[in-house]
Design a binder for this molecule. Structure first.
Ligand code: 5GP
Ligand code: ZN
Length: 136
C-alpha cells in the first residue's frame, strides 16, 4: 500500500473536493487551480508516472472520465484541456499519474503562454502559406 498523497486521497484518508468517482478512479478539484475549472483525474491504484502504467482499460477510462466531466459541467461544446505531466522535465510534481482537466477563461501565466505561443505559430504558418501561394 503506497503512502503517496494521491493514494491517500483515493482511500479518503486525506480530505478532497470530489467531483466524480468510480471503482478505479477519483476526480477531485485541484488544490491550487490554474484555470477557473481545474480537476484532477486520479487512478486509485498507484503507479509512479504514466510510463509505468500499461493498463489500457484504466487509461481509456481516464479519457472517458474527462469526456463525462465535460458533459456534466456543460463544457463539451465550449472546450477544455487535458494534460498528463510526466517526469521532471514534463513538469510532474506528484509521482502518481493523474490527468489535469482544465477549462474556462484564461487565468494563469502558463495558460496564457501556451495560447500566445499557438498564435505566434499560426501567424508564422499563415505568412509562409501566403508567400508560397504568391510565388506559385
Ligand atoms: P503535477 O504537477 O504533478 O502535474 O500536478 C500535481 C497537481 O496536484 C498540482 O496541480 C497540485 O496543485 C495538485 N495537488 C497537490 N497536492 C494536492 C492535494 O493534496 N490535494 C489536491 N486537491 N490537489 C493537490
Ligand atoms: Zn500513489
Amino acid at each position: 500500500m503506497s503512502d503517496c498523497i494521491f493514494c491517500r486521497i483515493g482511500r479518503k484518508e486525506v480530505k478532497s473536493d470530489i467531483v466524480l468517482e468510480s471503482e478505479r478512479l477519483i476526480a477531485i478539484k485541484d488544490i491550487n487551480p490554474q484555470a477557473p475549472t481545474h480537476i484532477l483525474i486520479i487512478p486509485k491504484a498507484h503507479y509512479g508516472t504514466l510510463m509505468d502504467c500499461d493498463d489500457k482499460e484504466l487509461l481509456a477510462e481516464m479519457i472517458e472520465t474527462a469526456k463525462a466531466l465535460a458533459r456534466k459541467l456543460g463544457l463539451d461544446k465550449r472546450g477544455f484541456r487535458t494534460v498528463i505531466n510526466t517526469n521532471e522535465e514534463g513538469g510532474q510534481t506528484v509521482f502518481h499519474p493523474h490527468m489535469h482537466f482544465m477549462a474556462g477563461e484564461r487565468s494563469s501565466a502558463g495558460w496564457d503562454k501556451t495560447r500566445r505561443r499557438k498564435k505566434v505559430w499560426l501567424r508564422y504558418y499563415r505568412a509562409r502559406f501566403a508567400t508560397a501561394a504568391a510565388c506559385s
